[in-house]
Write a protein that binds this ligand. Structure first.
Ligand code: CTP
Length: 470
């Protein structure tokens, strides 16, 4: 079968072909680019394999391109990269590669195209397109990759134990591709995932998280997480999530399975938002349910404080997973901490002060919090679900009304620490903090209105109680 070369590819493919011919190297396009193009997906990363020196091929090609591109050489890996016309083209010499079982560092030898295809992860990633004059555009498919693209199957080219031992991250890649492309994993390959799962321990957290991020970016990450769970791989790097699974029954009372609930919430969020960190908040929103789970005769199962403990767990999990520890982590932490607030408002009287507090605490992330909160309504009971949704809408409406009136979101109290220090001629210290908090609380509680004069009068009174005079 032949690859349909698109007009925008023709020029660069032909230049690669001609340059390789000058060097007498057989040359091929391989890997993800070929796979994605055959699937009708766009790809910007083109991998070129030659039977020869990949760096030399790239160097010679670069001289012919206009504008002359910058060549990035990775000597250690024997590869070179060129950016041209929106494509990132990587050049490498065909190799035989085998990884030692105790290390990720491969020992590399030069090889043929066949050797190079043998060492790849899946049949659909081992397809090569010849760029040689004699069979230009022919697809070289030694393992039935084309058939597997058609039947939507992930299968390793060699015995799966061998392919996974060479690089155990491929186990995660199998699941990620299944999720991302909506493929199924061939039974033999699938079975090997459970058998070899413990080999994941030689893989760096950064690589694992890289794959997890790709799973999180799919329209339905639950598919990937279920596969990770069922094969036992999830437990090798994310035991906190695994602990969410299971239902305990006491005195005939059970609770929902928090693992599957979490995945449902995650999918619900994904259906309405591409915000990856909001998705992470969904994944982690109930993470502290297992350690806070209690049972008592009167109220059955409770998870009191799981939102607060969850907020404490977020930085630890981010640190271990090598996720960013910056404002993104703080955002996830905040949403986890606040995820019950809008719903709990429906239970008590929805007072203006409770709503004002929520507006203040959520600030600019209020809409995202409400998205998470709505996604969290997963009850199987239709009546109950409708009731929750009605309550939720009511809270949403009240939040909007009050924000319109008070502008509490992104709000700073009218009296700053500086004003307090200047008014009472006091240095920075605890007293300033106490007074600032008292003013903020009084405004949020509706004791005084949100304006400078009333806040200043309140400050003077409060300070006098503490022994400070103007
Ligand atoms: N590859 C492999 N084993 C790995 C990683 C990559 O065999 N652990 C091979 C596959 O043939 C793959 C190619 O290298 O197609 C390029 O890898 P990469 O760019 O990481 O992945 P893609 O397949 O291009 O897919 P994506 O861009 O979605 O990650």
């Amino acid at each position: 079968m032949f690859f349909t070369i698109r007009p925008y590819e023709r020029k660069i493919f032909e230049l690669i072909r001609d340059t390789a011919q000058e060097l007498e190297y057989p040359v091929y396009a391989v890997g993800g680019y070929v796979r994605d193009r055959l699937l009708g997906r766009d790809s910007k990363d083109l991998d070129i394999v030659c039977v020869g020196n990949g760096i030399k091929l790239a160097q010679q090609l670069a001289t012919k391109l206009r504008p002359i591109p910058r060549l990035v050489v990775y000597k250690r890996f024997g590869t070179a990269m060129i950016r041209h016309n929106g494509l990132e083209i990587e050049f490498v010499g065909a190799r035989k590669e085998s990884y030692r079982s105790d290390s990720r560092k491969p020992s590399v030898e030069e090889g043929t195209l066949e050797d190079d295809q043998n060492r790849r992860d899946f049949t659909i990633n081992a397809l090569a397109v010849s760029l040689n004059i004699e069979n230009y555009g022919e697809i070289i498919d030694p393992f039935g990759g084309l058939y597997h693209l058609e039947t939507k199957t992930i299968k390793t080219p060699l015995d799966p134990g061998r392919t996974f031992s060479d690089d155990p991250l491929r186990m995660l890649r199998a699941i990620r591709f299944a999720n991302q492309l909506d493929f199924i994993i061939e039974p033999n390959t699938y079975e090997a995932l459970s058998v070899f799962k413990n080999r994941m321990d030689i893989i760096s957290m950064e690589r694992i998280t890289g794959e997890m991020m790709k799973i999180m970016a799919t329209p339905k990450p639950s598919i990937g997480f279920k596969l990770l769970f069922d094969t036992g791989i999830l437990n090798t790097f994310f035991p906190e999530l695994v602990r969410l699974q299971g239902v305990e029954v006491r005195d005939g009372i059970g609770h929902k399975d928090n693992f599957y609930h979490t995945l449902e919430v995650l999918d619900n969020v994904c259906a309405v938002s591409d915000n990856i960190w909001l998705r992470w908040a969904a994944l982690l929103h109930d993470i502290a349910k297992p350690p806070t789970k209690r049972f008592n005769q009167k109220s059955g199962w409770t998870f009191h404080g799981h939102e607060a403990l969850g907020g404490i767990m977020v930085p630890k999990i981010f640190k271990r997973l090598k996720l960013p520890l910056d404002h993104k982590m703080k955002y996830v932490q905040k949403l986890v901490r606040l995820h019950l607030r809008p719903i709990s408002l429906t239970k008590e009287n929805i007072t203006d002060s409770a709503i004002r507090r929520l507006l203040f605490d959520a600030g600019e992330d209020l809409e995202d919090l409400m998205t998470l909160c709505k996604a969290d309504i997963t009850s199987k009971n239709y009546e109950k679900k409708q009731r929750y949704i009605r309550n939720f809408e009511l809270v949403h409406q009240k939040l909007e009304e009050l924000e319109e009136k008070d502008r509490i979101r992104n709000w700073q109290p009218p009296i700053t620490g500086e004003i307090i220090m200047n008014t009472f001629k006091i240095p920075p210290g605890r007293a300033v903090g106490v007074l600032k908090t008292a003013i903020r609380e009084a405004i949020l509680d509706g004791v005084i209105p949100n304006n400078y004069d009333e806040a200043f009068a309140f400050l003077v009174k409060k300070a006098a109680e503490m022994g400070y005079e103007v």
